[in-house]
Design a protein around this ligand. Structure first.
Ligand code: PA5
Length: 357
């Protein structure tokens, strides 16, 4: 299908969604509700006494749960630093006074298994989140508390299962407060967004569908702002990569004003193929709002398009979930209108196969 046709065509080629990602997305509000129950289960959690830091281990679709926890926990009163670990090296400070969440949807991710092993050797207080695999075997045989989450999804479609139990554990350990209630209160909001963003009505009122059609043939460049908006931007980027199989990049204000802003000055043909999406919220701090406006003014003549998306919701949990849901639908619609089945990730599968060989 030609790009111009894609942009004007308001029909959604759902037959491209062979593996049913839309249906999975439609169940996301229910997933968040179920994840609250999983988090509130009788699992015996470590003591919070004397803890000095929280570390979240995990890669890709599982690893973003750590970014979500880092962004939301400060707001919920956590006084300790939260460090995400996305690699083979466990930070040197991790010891018996560190709470470590080992998160792997499959339970078989090499880097996460490696760092979880290091955390065990150092006597860290570990809690795991997984649907099975080697991680669960290890945690079960070492009596490490584990949130068992349902399998059968792509990790990137399981963000509720992966992130909510961690927030719930922090809540039950007395380290944060109110955040579980906020997730619970966000479920009806997500149901309402499903009606707006979902495939039931793909007219111009459907923001994700409209944006997806704008993005055909462009590289999405997603800008957030320090805090949860930067996490949302990173989530959007990864979803564009994995759902729509396109290159995508992310950055955040104010940092991007100290480097990336200059980068739009040259390679005119490349810049014109990029569409900047700036994620914001109604209460964006005045200095950040000013930066966004000036930046757009400076770069909009160079890039192919600029779209501002404003998060909705009455608190950070709701606004982050709103943006995640908007971005998830946008990436899936972009996949469908460009003929890509959103679910398979052949390159990651092939990569992991070669690494194992
Ligand atoms: O989306 C994906 O499949 C990847 O980003 C995975 O999440 C990543 O490779 C880690 O695997 P897992 O989430 O099973 O630990």
């Amino acid at each position: 299908m030609a790009a111009d046709q894609n942009k004007s065509d308001s029909s959604l080629p759902t037959e491209v969604d062979k593996s049913g990602m839309l249906e999975v997305l439609e169940k996301f509000p229910g997933q968040v509700a179920e994840a609250i129950d999983i988090g509130q289960s009788e699992l015996q959690l470590p003591s919070a006494e004397g803890l000095r830091a929280v570390v979240v281990l995990g890669m890709g679709g599982s690893g973003i749960s750590g970014d979500v926890v880092a962004a939301l926990s400060a707001d919920a009163g956590l006084k300790l630093p939260v460090v995400t670990c996305k690699g083979y090296d466990l930070p040197k400070f991790v010891d018996s006074d560190t709470l470590v969440f080992a998160v792997s949807y499959s339970g078989n991710t090499e880097e996460t298994l490696d760092t979880a092993g290091q955390a065990m050797e150092r006597g860290a207080r570990i809690v795991a989140v997984s649907s099975g695999g080697r991680l669960t075997e290890i945690t079960e045989s070492n009596s490490i508390p584990t949130f068992h989450i349902p399998g059968g999804l792509q990790p990137r479609a399981a963000l509720g299962y992966l992130a909510v139990p961690i927030m719930s554990a922090l809540d039950r350990m007395g380290m944060v407060s109110g955040v579980v209630d906020r997730f619970r209160a966000a479920c009806p909001m997500l149901e309402a967004r499903l009606i707006e963003y979902g495939p039931g009505a793909t007219g111009d009122d459907n923001g994700p569908f409209r944006l997806a059609r704008e993005l055909v043939d462009f590289v999405p460049i997603v800008y957030g702002a320090e805090g949860y908006l930067a996490v949302a931007a990173s989530r959007w980027k990864a979803q564009f990569n994995e759902m729509a199989k396109v290159p995508a990049f992310h950055n955040y204000f104010p940092e991007l004003n100290h480097n990336e802003t200059v980068g739009w000055e040259n390679l005119a043909d490349v810049c014109r193929r990029c569409h900047v999406i700036a994620l914001g919220e109604p209460a964006l701090p005045a200095r950040i709002e000013k930066r966004v406006k000036i930046t757009i003014d400076l770069i909009q003549g160079s890039v192919g398009g600029v779209t501002r998306i404003c998060a909705r919701g009455s608190n950070t949990v709701e606004r982050l979930l709103d943006l995640v849901y908007f971005g998830d639908f946008t990436s899936v619609y972009l996949a469908l209108v460009t003929g890509q089945d959103p679910t398979p990730i052949a390159r990651i599968d092939e990569f992991k196969k070669r690494m194992a060989g």
